[in-house]
Design a protein around this ligand. Structure first.
Ligand SMILES: Cc1cc2nc3c(=O)[nH]c(=O)nc-3n(C[C@H](O)[C@H](O)[C@H](O)COP(=O)(O)OP(=O)(O)OC[C@H]3O[C@@H](n4cnc5c(N)ncnc54)[C@H](O)[C@@H]3O)c2cc1C
Length: 315
């Protein structure tokens, strides 16, 4: 990216902009080359930032805390906007309703919601990430999805215009929402149900136990790599049946604890993860005639690699 553009962006919020910033520092995988410009904006910085990006056709990517993201080793020659350190407002209202800004961490949200005996989010305990990432991805676990409580959302378009969507205007399905890809989620309203504090506690405990017993949480990862092909057919089961557990490329490994997880055992590169993703897709297709679809999102890859990793399901 040209220096004068970087300077322009730095002027918006000098202490919130990092240049040539390794994305490995901002993904739970601990993988990824540099972003030309990485920024943690407050709400008031966004319109100015979007204007510069729009006027100069600079590629821009919005992320939460990078827990569902694989960034290429080459990085991203554009602006990465992260909401992991801003947009932290969470306001509770009457009737089990609350408004949550995009940068609120899901763990904090689940804790605060549970404290007020509001049910509906128990299964999400232990899911990393921000509210923004969770809602766009329709994060879920153990029978609970964040969209179950969704009422409405405020977004910004790339031209800086604010828009609202109510729940009838957004469709959610398994790890998917119809929020337009070129809009930034700023905040959302939710309505939960009054729950029983003992049941909420037990459900959270149960979800935590299941997570600890089935997931390789000691290693860096991005959680599940592929979506399950159906409710009855887990991607991890299919990969396991192709004998790929413990398969390695460099420091990346298909986990022996959960075959749908690729773990970083230290210095894994994105190219290592890409090799394992391709291998798993190839073997599952060969053995079961099923095309695995990526759950994780990709940043900084060329079109050919994206197509090879995603098949018909370009993410
Ligand atoms: C150990 C581990 C366990 C996990 N377990 C689960 C699980 O049980 N269930 C589950 O569903 N997921 C799970 N995940 C995946 C991940 O935690 C979720 O998808 C999470 O909701 C992603 O949030 P994030 O803020 O990190 O998003 P990011 O990874 O930063 O981004 C994900 C996507 O959301 C978009 N996005 C983020 N914020 C915004 C915004 N404000 N506006 C517009 N777009 C935005 C990004 O562009 C990207 O496409 C797990 C991951 C890990 C590492």
């Amino acid at each position: 990216m040209k220096k004068f553009l970087l300077n322009k962006i730095q002027n918006i919020a000098p202490d919130r902009v990092l240049l040539n910033e390794p994305m490995s520092k901002h993904t739970t995988f601990g993988i990824g080359g540099p972003a030309a410009c990485f920024i943690y904006p407050e709400r008031e910085h966004l319109k100015q930032l979007l204007k510069i990006a729009d006027n100069h056709s600079i590629p821009i990517f919005f992320m939460g805390s990078g827990s569902n993201l694989l960034v290429s080793d080459e990085g991203f020659d554009g602006i990465v906007v992260s909401f992991s350190k801003s947009l932290k407002k969470l306001v509770f209202r009457k009737g089990n309703c609350f408004t949550c800004e995009s940068g609120v961490m899901l763990g904090h949200l689940v804790k605060e919601v549970s404290k007020r005996d509001i049910s509906g989010m128990e299964g999400l305990v232990g899911v990393p990430g921000t509210l923004g990432g969770a809602l766009v991805m329709n994060a879920g676990a153990y029978g609970k999805e964040i969209s179950n409580l969704f009422e409405s959302a405020t977004v910004l378009t790339l031209q800086g215009d604010e828009k609202n969507y109510n729940k009838n205007e957004i469709n959610f399905s398994y790890r998917y929402s119809t929020f337009p890809k070129d809009e930034i989620l700023i905040e959302a309203d939710f309505k939960g149900n009054k729950g029983n504090s003992e049941n909420i506690k037990l459900e959270k405990l149960d979800a935590s136990k299941k997570r600890k017993s089935s997931q390789p949480l000691k290693f860096r990862s991005a959680g599940s790599i592929f979506k399950n092909p159906s409710d009855l057919m887990a991607a991890g089961y299919l990969i396991d049946k192709t004998n790929l557990k413990s398969e390695k490329s460099g420091d990346a490994e298909i986990s022996k604890k959960h075959a749908n997880w690729i773990i970083n055992k230290g210095g894994a590169r994105a190219s290592d993860v890409v090799k394992l993703i391709k291998l798993a897709r190839f073997k599952v297709m060969n053995q079961f005639n099923i095309e695995l679809q990526l759950e994780i999102k990709l940043l900084g890859f060329d079109d050919k690699t994206i197509e090879e990793l995603s098949g018909n399901n370009i993410v």
